[in-house]
Design a protein around this ligand. Structure first.
Ligand code: ADP
Ligand code: MG
Length: 207
């Protein structure tokens, strides 16, 4: 089984719908421990992604990811824009020229993408950021063995969901929420939540 160019495009279009539906939820999470714009940022970013894909019709998965990266970096003002943009830019380099990919290539791209987020944001597991959702999902992908793509992506999304929920009792060490110190405890991280939605939507559409 493979992940195809068309599936990747369908995933990003579905994600635009999901972020539009979840805009108020994500912004509410961000108003608890940040500046309340995360939902607006994700909606604006993925509106721009879909518009750019529709105008440029990228010919392979690497080209799609590059378009995603550029659109997010250009349209999102918050910290999350460059962080998600870097994920897609690093992953794009692994997927250049590929009209379809297997789980091994997908995992390699995903790993480079997560490393890009780590390098740019300098956060670690447990710092109450989006990485608390990305890192457990990456572990599942790397341990996939010969399992079917769909099953692995579902397991990765479940791991991201657990990581997202596990941010609630944490104190933020990076980003705007860290300015709150101990007052950041008891709230779910907005970026970990948008990452979970991204991976849950991927599991629904890809493979
Ligand atoms: P801003 O904080 O600039 O308003 P957003 O509200 O769009 O940007 O995004 C906030 C989210 O970005 C946080 O919930 C967190 O998950 C993520 N984030 C912030 N800083 C970092 C970082 N240094 N490393 C990883 N993720 C981060
Ligand atoms: Mg914010």
């Amino acid at each position: 089984m493979m992940i195809t160019l068309q599936q990747v495009i369908d995933w990003l279009k579905e994600l635009n719908i999901v972020y539009t539906e979840q805009k108020d939820f994500l912004s509410k999470l961000d108003s608890d421990i940040g500046d309340g714009d995360h939902g607006v940022n994700m909606e604006r970013g993925f509106n721009a992604v879909v518009a750019a894909i529709d105008t440029t019709s990228p010919a392979d998965i690497g080209a799609v990811f590059k378009t995603v990266s550029t659109s997010l970096i250009k349209s999102v003002g918050g910290a999350s824009g460059p962080l998600y943009g870097t994920f897609f830019l690093r992953a794009a380099a692994v997927l250049a020229g590929k009209p379809e990919v297997d789980l091994v290539a997908w995992t390699a791209a995903f790993e480079k993408g997560v490393q890009g987020i780590e390098q740019l944001g300098k956060a670690q597991k447990g710092d109450k950021t989006m990485l608390d959702a990305w890192l457990p999902a990456l572990s599942v992908l790397k341990a996939a063995g010969g399992n079917e793509i769909k099953e692995v992506l579902k397991a990765a999304a479940s791991a991201a969901e657990e990581g997202m929920k596990a941010t609630i009792p944490l104190q933020a060490k990076k980003g705007r929420a860290s300015y709150l110190g101990e007052r950041s405890i008891g709230h779910q991280d907005p970026g970990a939540s948008s990452t979970f939605l991204l991976l849950q939507t991927a599991a629904g559409v890809l493979g």
